[in-house]
Design a protein. Structure first.
Length: 248
């Protein structure tokens, strides 16, 4: 490993204390360098989820694309007695950070590295890995800023995986770049959101009807759509439930 690579790795492993949790010093999330903004972004999403399902200590959550544990740390602050949380990511460094600074102190929060290909985050691995987790074992599948960095076949595949993992009555919450009157899919569209794109899959934009049809074909019914609901990134929020499943 080069000196620059070694220094970068050290930076990725560092943390600082915030209340009773640890937060990463070097962060991958856009526009969340400030600790309060970072954790409040997670708390706001947790609070908004309460309108779709009851979150309590027995709620079983899969956080697909968990990154450095932003959502997990929010859950620890909001639901300190949560018994079942599973975070997965294709970024091995992020999972190592979560294991050291979250799972080590909160063993009910489990993190798993998935060696699946992603041109942005894990380009050297084979594509599309099935998730070896308990099927019909989760109430909530949380996918924040995941489909915003995925192309069509990956989105289809992982929507299918989430459908397998959710129990009857379970909810999928996802964010993505979504617009009307645009091509079905565009990788790094020029000038989108008045920002430059850096590297592959920085911003994958979907046409609204096309993306929502992917959810329907995977076995989900839409229960809410909030255009650009994540204001700091311009991503929209999609909330759905399995077809024919009544709310518990």
């Amino acid at each position: 490993m080069s000196l620059i690579g070694a220094l970068k790795a050290v930076g990725q492993r560092r943390a600082r204390q915030y209340k009773n949790i640890y937060l990463p010093v070097k962060r991958s999330n856009e526009k969340l360098a400030d600790d309060n903004s970072y954790i409040n972004s997670a708390l706001e999403q947790i609070d908004s989820l309460q309108q779709y399902l009851e979150l309590n200590q027995t709620t079983r959550i899969i956080d697909f694309g968990c990154g450095q544990g932003r959502f997990a740390n929010g859950l620890i602050l909001r639901l300190p007695d949560l018994k079942h949380y599973t975070g997965v990511d294709t970024n091995d460094d992020a999972i190592k950070w979560c294991k050291r600074w979250i799972e080590n102190y909160y063993p009910n929060f489990q993190f798993h590295f998935i060696p699946a290909h992603n041109a942005r985050y894990n380009p050297s691995s084979p594509p599309r890995q099935q998730l070896t987790l308990k099927q019909k074992g989760f109430h909530l599948a949380f996918l924040n800023s995941v489909f915003s960095h995925m192309l069509i076949e990956d989105v289809k595949f992982y929507l299918g995986e989430m459908h397998k993992l959710l129990i009857p009555g379970g909810v999928i919450y996802a964010t993505a770049f979504v617009e009307e009157w645009v091509p079905e899919i565009e990788e790094n569209p020029d000038g989108y959101l008045n920002e430059d794109c850096v590297g592959p899959l920085h911003r994958v934009r979907y046409e609204k009807t096309y993306l929502l049809n992917l959810f329907e074909k995977a076995g989900f019914d839409l229960i809410d759509f909030e255009y650009r609901g994540i204001k700091r990134t311009g991503q929209s929020i999609i909330v759905a439930r399995g077809k024919g499943i009544k709310e518990s």
